[in-house]
Ligand binder design. Structure first.
Ligand code: PLP
Length: 388
C-alpha cells in the first residue's frame, strides 16, 4: 500500500489523520490518501530548480489561465477566454471573493438544501442572507428541477448558488436541467454561481459545465478533489468577462498583492490539467473502492446508500429517529472509523438523518473500515442510546 502514514499523521488536518486518535480511520474531509501523481510533483520540482520565486501576475500566470480554459473546453464543454480566469488560493477563497465582491448587506442568496457548508458560510460572511432551496436528486430528464424555488425569491434575491457536481448528494445536472436552472435565474434576474470543484471526479457520462448554458454565470473550480492538491490551496474563479474579473481583482486585493495564488501551486495545476490520464488513473483507482464501500454499507441492516455519479463521497442514510452526531461519535469510539455527521452546520437542515463517508483511499484501508463497521453493527442490540 503506497501510503506514507507517518507523514499523513503529521500533515493531514481538517478531521483527517493528524486529528484523530491513533488507530482511527478518518473517512472525513474530502481529501486523498492516494499519493499525488508523479508528473505533478515533477512540475513543482522543475519550478523550484529555476532558483527564483518572483511575484507572478496578479490574476494568475498565463500558463495557468490557459490551462483552465483548455481543460474546461476539452473536459466540460465550456468555452471562455483565459482572460476570464482568476487564479485563487483555493476553491473556497474563490467562493468567498465572489460573494465579497457581489453582495451588499442583506442581499439574499439561494443555496441548495442540503449542500456542503462553504457556499452558505461564505455568503453569510459577506453579509448575505441564505435562503435554502429544496434539492432532491433528479430522477428524470423532464423533472422540474426548480420546483419549490419560485416562492423563495424576493426582491432582495441576487444570487442562485449551485454545487455541480453536488457534494454530498453526488449527482450532476444534465444540459437540459442546467437550462431549466438558467431560465429560472434569467426570469428572476439572478446571477448564478456554480461551484464546480468536483467536476473532475465524474464517474459516469460526460459532465457539462453551467458555463456552457449560461455565459453570464460565475464558476468556481479547484484541484483539491480531482488531483489531491488540497494542501497547495489552488483554484480559480471564472468570471463572465475580463472587465468583471479586473473589477473583482481590484476589490478583493489581488491587484495590490494582498491576495493571489502561489506560483508553485499554479504550475502544479498546469501539469495536472495538461494530462487527462492523471484523472483517468485516479478514477480507475477509486471507483472499485467506492463500489466496495456501497456494498459493504448496504449489508448493514440500518444503513443505506447508493453509488453516486460524481464525487468520491457517499451519503449514507440512517434511521430518522437516531441522533446523527451521537451515532458518528459512537462509531468513532467503538468501531474506530470517523465519519462526518449530517449536521445542519455542515450541510444544511436537509442533512438530518445522514452521514457522509469520503472514499479517496486505498482498497485495503476501505476493507478494514467496512470490516470494522460491519462487526460493530452486528454487535448492536440496544439502539435506545442512539435516540434523539
Ligand atoms: C462543494 C465544495 N466547494 C468547495 C470546496 C473547497 O475546496 P478547496 O479546499 O479546494 O478550497 C469543497 C471542499 O470540500 C467542496 O466540497
Amino acid at each position: 500500500m503506497n501510503i506514507n502514514f507517518d507523514f499523513l499523521k503529521r500533515r493531514a488536518f481538517n478531521m483527517r489523520w493528524a486529528q484523530v486518535e491513533e488507530g482511527v480511520i478518518p473517512l472525513t474531509a474530502a481529501d486523498h490518501d492516494i499519493k499525488v501523481h508523479a508528473s505533478i510533483l515533477a512540475a513543482i520540482q522543475n519550478e523550484i530548480q529555476q532558483g527564483h520565486l518572483p511575484y507572478s501576475p496578479a490574476c494568475g500566470l498565463i500558463e495557468f489561465q490557459m490551462a483552465v480554459a483548455l481543460h474546461y473546453q476539452s473536459q466540460k464543454s465550456a468555452i471562455f477566454s483565459p482572460d476570464c480566469v482568476l487564479a485563487t488560493n483555493s476553491a473556497a477563497s474563490a467562493i468567498q471573493h465572489f460573494f465579497d465582491y457581489f453582495l451588499k448587506e442583506g442581499d439574499e442568496v439561494l443555496v441548495q438544501n442540503p449542500v456542503d457548508f462553504l457556499l452558505a458560510h461564505c455568503a453569510e460572511r459577506a453579509g448575505g442572507k441564505v435562503v435554502r432551496i429544496p434539492t432532491p436528486i433528479p430522477n428524470t430528464e423532464s423533472e422540474n428541477i426548480t420546483s419549490g424555488w419560485e416562492e423563495l425569491v424576493s426582491d432582495k434575491t441576487k444570487v442562485l448558488a449551485i454545487c455541480h457536481p453536488h457534494n454530498p448528494l453526488g449527482f450532476y445536472y444534465s444540459p437540459a436541467q442546467l437550462k431549466q436552472i438558467a431560465d429560472f435565474a434569467r426570469k428572476h434576474q439572478l446571477t448564478i454561481l456554480s461551484d464546480e470543484v468536483w467536476s473532475d471526479v465524474v464517474l459516469e457520462s460526460d459532465f457539462v459545465s453551467m458555463r456552457d448554458v449560461d455565459e453570464q454565470c460565475w464558476l468556481v473550480y479547484g484541484l483539491s478533489k480531482g488531483f489531491g492538491l488540497a494542501g497547495l490551496r489552488i483554484g480559480a474563479l471564472i468570471c463572465p468577462s475580463l472587465d468583471e474579473r479586473d473589477a473583482l481583482a481590484l476589490a478583493c486585493g489581488y491587484v495590490h498583492t494582498m491576495e493571489g495564488a502561489s506560483t508553485l501551486s499554479q504550475m502544479a495545476a498546469v501539469a495536472a490539467m495538461g494530462d487527462p490520464q492523471i484523472l483517468q488513473h485516479f478514477i480507475t483507482q477509486i471507483k472499485p473502492v467506492m463500489e466496495y464501500a456501497v456494498n459493504g454499507i448496504n449489508a448493514i441492516s440500518f444503513l443505506n446508500t447508493s453509488m453516486p455519479s460524481a464525487t468520491f463521497v457517499l451519503w449514507i442514510q440512517h434511521p430518522k429517529e437516531w441522533d446523527t452526531e451521537k451515532l458518528v461519535d459512537i462509531i468513532e469510539k467503538e468501531a474506530r472509523v470517523k465519519l462526518v455527521p449530517g449536521m445542519e452546520r455542515w450541510f444544511g437542515p436537509a442533512a438530518d438523518g445522514y452521514i457522509r463517508m469520503s472514499c479517496a483511499t486505498h482498497m485495503d484501508i476501505m476493507k478494514e473500515a467496512i470490516h470494522r463497521l460491519q462487526k460493530w453493527a452486528s454487535q448492536q442490540k440496544d439502539f435506545q442510546r442512539l435516540a434523539k
